[in-house]
Design a protein around this ligand. Structure first.
Ligand code: AHM
Ligand code: MG
Length: 340
């Protein structure tokens, strides 16, 4: 290897240097997130060996059964992030309410939303899962605890978003609004090392990722899009290939690198799925920020995800995300502007 490996810590410092007003708090916050990621990664890797897989016997606000590793990861994220004096309030997919910073710690100017362990229903099958996070600057006055208002900002106000994928290797992918960078955890010395510089997603892909078992519950536009995607028209690259892991971080990461589209639309399977399944704050917004920075596109089928003003912490949103051309075509079908 020529030169010195670029570690995540070094990369973050370089990014912060581009902002003369920066105080180092942002670097410190991302370092805390990467520490939590290493601890979660270590435990995910040895999950089968210790009594940490399986259901915890509780459900979250969405009525979904919580896994022991969900709760463990949630606790690790909170403990790693609240002590540093960088945050004023947090929100997690696994917690019904906002998470205040305990009084014994100083308050900071940032706000963090996260999904501690996305795709956790796949844990026992050893499928890749991940942690997703999103950072904003507070909008309420400094010196007081942050409020829900700080957390309910539209996605375009994110100053940073990222995910950690616990796969065949552990990777962190993040953006601060000037490109997308991927770092692989080198287990020999415990550092994330730059492995994917300035990631750009292909303008058009060959993959569509969707849980097609909900086909009968979709509206006609969505059905027409999937009919179109699977139709054999070799001259325009169809049929697209179907790939669906059922773990957003893994499906998104593959499509980001190879090109393609991921869809989790609304369906009428049950009343709480009228806006899809995925959450705006913890899943859609961070992934939308990343994909746009990589040259892709994200919408709910009608509007850009990043322009949507959240109304509640656990708001669900249909998510159509990936290569620009593919997402544009899906939007045309969903909006009824084309049927074939
Ligand atoms: P989770 O946050 O409870 O893990 O749920 C989100 C996951 C995503 O990772 C994935 O894209 C989706 O749920 C899969 O849902 P389905 O099983 O309905 O296809
Ligand atoms: Mg999730």
């Amino acid at each position: 290897m020529s030169g010195f490996a670029i570690t995540l810590d070094r990369h973050i410092v370089d990014q912060e240097r581009n902002h003369p007003e920066a105080t180092g708090a942002f670097t410190s916050l991302l370092t805390d997130i990467s520490l939590a990621a290493k601890i979660i990664s270590y435990n995910v890797n040895k999950a089968g060996l210790i009594n940490i897989v399986g259901k915890a016997g509780t459900t979250n606000i969405h009525g979904e059964s919580q896994q022991k590793l969900d709760l463990f990861s949630d606790e690790i994220m909170i403990k790693a992030l609240v002590h540093g004096g960088n945050l004023c309030v947090l929100a997690s997919e696994e917690n019904p309410d906002i998470i205040p910073v305990p009084q014994k710690y100083p308050l900071g100017k940032y706000v963090c939303c996260f999904d501690p362990l996305d795709g956790s229903s796949n844990i026992e099958a050893n499928v890749s899962i991940g942690t997703i996070f999103s950072i904003y600057t507070r909008i309420t006055p400094a010196g007081h605890p942050g409020t829900e208002e700080d957390l309910l900002q539209p996605g375009y106000k994110q100053i940073c978003a990222g995910y950690v994928i616990y796969g065949s290797s552990t990777m962190m992918v993040y953006t601060t609004g000037s490109g997308v960078y991927g770092f692989t955890l080198d287990p020999t010395f415990g550092a994330f090392v730059l492995s994917h510089d300035n990631i750009k997603t292909p303008k058009k892909g060959k993959i569509y990722s969707v849980n097609e078992s909900y086909f009968d519950y979709w509206d006609e536009g969505m059905k027409n899009y999937v009919r179109w995607a699977k139709k054999a028209v070799p001259e325009d690259g169809r049929p697209l290939s179907s790939r669906y892991i059922g773990s957003l971080v893994a499906d998104f990461h593959r499509n980001l690198l190879y090109g393609g589209i991921f869809l989790y639309p609304a369906d009428n399977k049950s009343p709480n799925r009228k806006k899809g399944k995925l959450r705006l704050l913890y899943e859609a917004n961070p992934m939308a920020f990343i994909v746009e920075q990589a040259g892709g596109r994200a919408s709910d089928g009608q509007k850009r995800i990043l322009d949507i003003k959240p109304l509640e912490l656990h708001q669900r949103i249909p998510l159509i995300i990936g290569s620009e051309d593919d997402v544009k075509i899906a939007e045309q079908f969903i909006q009824g502007k084309r049927t074939e």
